[in-house]
Ligand binder design. Structure first.
Ligand code: GDP
Length: 140
């Protein structure tokens, strides 16, 4: 499976804005296959663990608070070179600089509330997939 999956989370503000369907359509139109999908609300402990790499950053508390503020939709996406291809579709972290045709350009609110997450490496794609899904929940 390595190299052809990535993990996305549609973030709470996009869920509140009712644009999950639009984001999933952009994902499918780009040729990604959704092989796992669930809606859940992250606990504080889960959000802290997921973003542990950013623990020392000034935006960490705000990020964790935001990510636990409502349900998210987690999905595993399959495509050749999934991590890089999905980050291209996602657009830059700051939506003000996100390119035309990207998810963040279309749907993000600001730097924290930037619509969706995408894994940044094949290794993290595997770790983040296991974080959200059991083997039985993945239909690859
Ligand atoms: P990503 O891979 O593009 O999601 O970006 P990172 O992994 O660097 O950061 C994780 C998340 O933290 C981002 O998606 C943003 O929601 C948030 N974030 C990153 N950098 C900043 C920042 O400088 N300020 C704020 N407020 N949030 C940030």
């Amino acid at each position: 499976m390595a190299g052809n999956i990535t993990l996305t989370m549609i973030k709470p503000e996009a869920m509140r804005n009712n644009v999950a369907g639009g984001i999933l359509k952009m994902i499918q139109d780009e040729g990604f296959k959704i092989i796992a999908l669930k809606m859940k609300q992250l606990s504080l402990a889960e959000a802290e663990e997921f973003y542990a790499v950013h623990k020392e950053r000034p935006f960490y508390d705000e990020l964790v608070k935001f990510m636990t503020s409502g349900p998210i939709m987690a999905a595993v996406l399959q495509k050749e070179n999934a991590v890089e291809n999905f980050r291209n579709l996602l657009g830059s972290t700051n939506p003000e600089t996100a390119g035309e045709g990207t998810i963040r350009k279309a749907y993000a609110t600001n730097l924290t509330k930037n619509a969706a997450h995408g894994s940044d490496s094949d290794e993290n794609a595997q770790l983040e997939t296991s974080f959200h899904f059991s083997e039985k929940e993945i239909f690859g």
